[in-house]
Ligand binder design. Structure first.
Ligand code: F6P
Length: 319
């Protein structure tokens, strides 16, 4: 049997360990592994190559993805999806693993409903916003990048009587923001899932400043689109010079952490075992309550990820 792996959408640390395990484990199972380069764009353009162990040697510790990724506009058109399917057939590929996020899974749901595919998705996005799974590949590494940045920003903030607003990624999801706020000791966290209600916070922090607090750290999720508004509110309310730091794409880079390498291992083995024992799967591997399960891709894409209530509640316990 020939199985292929590809990445789609935003890259995430942990993709390389998953690609390496894919090639090594498919060979171990005495099947043929293929790599699809450049994501869905590469699938359309037939950038597909049988993999060797050498292709994936020495990549375990690298962030990003050696087979690259893309966001494909062409894949929205049926003719290009058909072309993509013909390319898979040409190589005799019967099973496909896609490392991707929500948008990629939507595309794959369409693709696998139109063509005879044996498909499994592995949730891979630093946003941690995919329905049905508590964890997506790359999140732990991104959180460690943010933690490192916050620790450094706190050093300078506390030395200077300054407030800092740090904007973190996450698309429309506040997961990265709330976890970073908890572990970074931030006083303020604003996420898209809850309304921003500054009244109580203003009063409490003003009192603390009177009692000697000399800096404030705020985490704002990019999905709120409120960075400027919150910056202005902080400057006007606290009498502290306030600097904005937008962390941006550094959050997507960096060597995958131990946790992301382990999760890559488990997600990939589960996906391959499932593909090899089924002929027409249309599933996503999910991590729930410490176990790896498979759920239908249409369930994943037709539901929205909800931040667990205890994280939403945590916003009120920061200061
Ligand atoms: O989905 C991952 C992510 O990094 C989001 O957090 C962010 O909003 C988006 O991708 C950025 O996309 P791009 O790399 O295309 O600018």
């Amino acid at each position: 049997m020939a199985l292929a792996i590809m990445c789609s959408g935003g890259d995430a640390p942990g993709m390389n360990p998953a690609i390496k395990k894919f090639v090594d484990y498919v060979y171990k199972k005495r099947e043929k592994p293929y790599l699809i380069y450049d994501g869905l764009e590469g699938l359309i353009d037939n950038k597909i190559k049988e993999a060797t162990h050498k292709d994936v040697a020495g990549i375990m510790h690298n962030g990003g993805t050696i087979i690259r990724s893309s966001r494909s506009k062409r894949f929205f058109e049926y003719a290009f999806r058909q072309q993509a399917y013909e390319n898979l057939k040409y190589h005799g590929i019967t099973g496909l693993i896609v490392l991707g996020g929500d948008g990629s899974f939507r595309a794959m749901e369409k693709f696998s409903s139109e063509f005879d595919l044996n498909f499994i998705g592995i949730p891979s996005t630093i946003d941690n916003d995919i329905y049905g799974t508590e964890y997506c590949l790359g999140v732990d590494t991104a959180l460690n990048v943010i933690r490192d940045a916050l620790d450094k920003i706190r050093d300078t903030a506390s030395s200077f009587n300054r407030a800092f607003l740090v904007e973190v990624m996450g698309r429309d999801c506040g997961y990265l923001a709330i976890i970073s706020a908890i572990i970074g000791g931030a006083e303020i966290c604003v996420i898209p899932e809850t309304p921003f209600q500054p009244e109580k916070l203003t009063q409490r922090l003003q009192e603390e400043i009177k009692e000697g607090r000399n800096y404030i750290l705020a985490i704002v999720a990019e999905g709120t689109k409120k960075t400027t508004e919150i910056h202005n509110w902080m400057e006007e309310s606290f009498g502290l010079e306030t600097r904005v730091s937008i962390l941006g794409h550094i959050q997507r880079g960096g060597n995958p952490t131990v946790y992301d390498r382990m999760m890559a291992f488990e997600f990939t083995i589960t996906a391959i075992d499932y593909l090899l024992s089924h002929h027409h799967s249309n599933k996503v591997v999910v991590f729930q309550k410490g176990a790896f399960n498979l759920i239908d891709i249409d369930e994943v894409v037709s539901n929205k990820y909800q931040l667990p209530q205890h994280y939403l509640d945590a916003i009120n316990y920061l200061d």
